[in-house]
Ligand binder design. Structure first.
Ligand code: NCD
Length: 310
């Protein structure tokens, strides 16, 4: 299988990858899930750097785990314990990291930070989230999870619920879906959290039609996948606006009574919008989704960095 689409490439947005590229990634990830004992240490002479300027549990640790499983060493820039605290700029920080490592996974509160890093740096940059804009590896693992649990991505009915405005996970998921042919995509969010017009325009450009609906209960029995998000409190320009929308949606065991076979996904962390009583239902897919972060990120690192000549 050719690695050209991935080899040495920055991973800034899922929009930069074709459906065929994604299928290649999923095939490698599938192999890592199905045959864990035969994983080759394709990164054994590599160093992967993580640089997270925003909190992270799953993305940072699953990338580190993925790198270690492939034989790489991992170094971590903890911004609060680094010269970032002395006022060092992002470009200077990236220049340092690239001289110590072969690939940088980064997360930053500013939109476009990963793009800026990729312009400064010579090593591949993997965007682990830039503000409310992109989170490509999250969308890749989301689609992979759906493929594994539902057998396909095409032809399914989706509801994206919650903060479709500020959640980069929701936006990136929709961008990912635009590479496929879903039967229908409902967007369910309170008024202040609806999709940004520029994101809608991008989706329209890829012929991904979305339908805005008011109430999740109205579509729960009509969908195969519910993709939820946390309200992204930290991204609101006006704290009063957050106060207005907080607590405006919630999925519980009783909400899901009509959901039949719909799987419930959530990039996590959850902060009240997804009740703990859902965990025991067969619909709950979010822990499996989080687990799939490791094989998908292994596949990504393997395709970008594995076998690559220095
Ligand atoms: C998401 C993120 O950081 O965008 N978390 C994650 O990577 N799993 C979702 C969130 O913070 O709500």
């Amino acid at each position: 299988m050719s690695r050209d689409a991935w080899s040495g490439k920055d991973v800034l947005s899922i929009l930069d990858f074709s459906r065929q590229d994604l299928e290649q990634l999923f095939a490698v990830a599938d192999d890592f899930v199905e045959r864990p004992d035969s994983v080759e240490k394709s990164l054994s002479d590599r160093i992967v750097a993580t640089a997270f300027f925003e909190p992270s549990t799953r993305t940072r640790l699953s990338f580190s785990t993925a790198a270690i499983k492939l034989g790489a060493k991992v170094i971590d820039l903890s911004p609060e314990a680094s010269s970032v605290m002395k006022g060092e700029s992002l470009p200077d920080t990236i220049r340092m990291l690239e001289s110590y490592s072969d690939l940088i996974v980064m997360r930053h509160p500013s939109e476009g930070a990963a793009l800026l890093a990729s312009e400064v740096g010579r090593v591949p940059i993997v965007n682990g989230g830039d503000g409310s804009q992109h989170h490509p590896s999250q969308a890749m693992l989301d689609l992979f999870t759906i493929k594994r649990l539902k057998g396909r991505i095409d032809g399914l009915r989706y509801a994206v619920l919650g903060d479709v405005r500020y959640a980069r996970s929701a936006t990136s998921f929709l961008y990912g879906l635009s590479k496929y042919s879903p039967r229908v995509v409902y967007l369910v969010s309170p008024e202040g959290l609806r999709i940004k017009s520029e994101v809608k325009a991008t989706l329209d450009g890829f012929n991904l039609e979305t339908q805005q609906v008011e109430d999740i209960e109205k579509v729960l029995d009509k969908v195969d996948v519910v993709y939820m998000t946390r309200i992204q409190k930290e991204r609101f320009p006006d704290p009063n606006e957050y106060e207005r929308v907080k607590g405006s949606y919630k999925i519980t065991k009783s909400t899901l009574a009509n959901a039949k076979d719909a799987i419930v996904m959530h990039p996590l962390p959850r902060t009240g919008e997804l009740a703990y009583d859902v965990d025991s239902l067969p619909n709950a897919a979010y822990m499996e989704q989080a687990r799939m972060g490791v094989p998908v990120r292994m596949a990504l690192l393997h395709l970008v960095l594995g076998d690559r000549k220095r």
